[in-house]
Ligand binder design. Sequence first.
Ligand code: LLP
Length: 406
Amino acid sequence: MSVEIETLVEKYNTPLYVYDFNNITNRYDELKDAFGGKKSLVAYAVKSNSNLAVIRHLANLGAGADCVSIGEVRRALRAGIKKYKIIFSGVGKKDDEIREALESDILLINLESEAEMKRVEMIAKELKVEARISIRVNPNVDPKTHPYISTGLHENKFGVSLDSAKRMYIYAKKSEHLNPVGIHFHIGSQLTELSPITEACGIVADLVRSLDAIGIEIKFFDVGGGIGVVYDDEVTIRPADYAKAILSQIKGLDVTILSEPGRYMMANSGIFLTKVLYEKINGEKRFVIVDGAMNDLLRPSLYNAYHKIEAVKKEGEKSKADIVGPVCESGDFLGKDVELPIMEHNDILVVHSAGAYGFTMSSNYNTRGRSAEVAVLDGKDYLIRERETFEDQIRLETSCDTSWQN
Ligand code: LLP
């Protein structure tokens, strides 16, 4: 980060998310370049970090957006992503979300069941439009990742089997209100091995060929997201190898490759800053209590996820400590057995790799306000979301009429 952490803390206080926008540019360029001259679109997975300034930055670079709610579609449009670069996915879309997506004329609505296809058809008919659709297939490939973020096996709720997909394409092709132009899969997140991606691409490419043979022409081949990142010492997928693996499986197909990276783009473009409140020792156990908590960064509590934590400019002999927040849950921790020198009130800790699924998964649990967010670009810092106040939190409650209680 090109701005001093102490300066940022002094200016914006903690808990604080800070994003390195130059790193986002580098991540985007590396992936886009990996596909070389091939037709491709990087559709950023908005769920990983949906701050409008982040999306706007990616929009300026030429990215599209992968959205999973109409709220995310609205964010993408508001931030300047072109409507023809927006995909709307998700297992359970509501009628009004489908209607708005059709009215917004986005690139693709991605279907996850036969029932959903019928609803999209019905709403498209009402609106007298043709819905451009893709179908999410579940290639039944083991992505070799954490079970909570594995999505490409039949035991997961996502997508449809290859057989049902084929039936759905045949139905859609005959419908006046459906235009089946895309195919989609996403086998999981934080993938560090290429082989499951190669395997899934091969399976799905075979389906595209068999559809082509019956006159159904697929134009968009959407490989989902999932590129793993380094949190600790993982060896993960390089964009160049990722693109090569995909291209090797789709030889002879005239398709635009869509990819939906979230974590790859944002995880290591962001840090979370928190200040030390107290140290304490319970029996043998050392705790460093900080002002950031599970409501700010849920990944450690929810997935037991590892985030590297370091003290800012603090010397001295180190020993192990659990880094815990003020929330009333034993599961409220940011790190376990972290080697740290003795910490004092207001010392700063940096929690690394926090740019993806950090702020977006935060909550108001324990009536804690959400953190502020700051962007750093070319050595300058910009506030991109204000710290949430108590008034912000109760705004919707106080607008209620409470006279019935008197
Ligand atoms: N496309 C689809 C259809 C997805 O479901 C996801 C993520 C992505 C793209 C983006 O995947 P990525 O490139 O970020 O791996 N909260 C969890 C991650 C949940 C991922 C859900 N789907 C975490 O903090 O690890």
